[in-house]
Write a protein that binds this ligand. Structure first.
Ligand SMILES: [Ca+2]
Ligand SMILES: [Ca+2]
Length: 67
């Protein structure tokens, strides 16, 4: 995946456009994608990419997770 593609996905998930993906935005994204079952597990797994432990994913953390 290119960085441009990753930025497109990041923008879709970052619903309020503040440049960070929080847990609510992640959960809504998984629901939209039809992955509502095991939602807690998926959010928890995604949040393991939160390297600085501020409970949100910035683009660098997100990109490291999906590349
Ligand atoms: Ca956000
Ligand atoms: Ca973070």
């Amino acid at each position: 995946m290119t960085e441009a593609e990753a930025r497109e996905i990041f923008k879709q998930i970052d619903a309020d456009g503040d440049g960070q993906i929080n847990i609510v935005e992640l959960a809504n994204h998984f629901k939209r994608e039809g992955h509502g079952g095991q939602l807690r597990e998926k959010v928890k797994t995604a949040m393991e990419a939160d390297q600085n432990r501020d409970r949100v994913l910035d683009f660098n953390e997100f990109h490291a997770m999906i590349k």
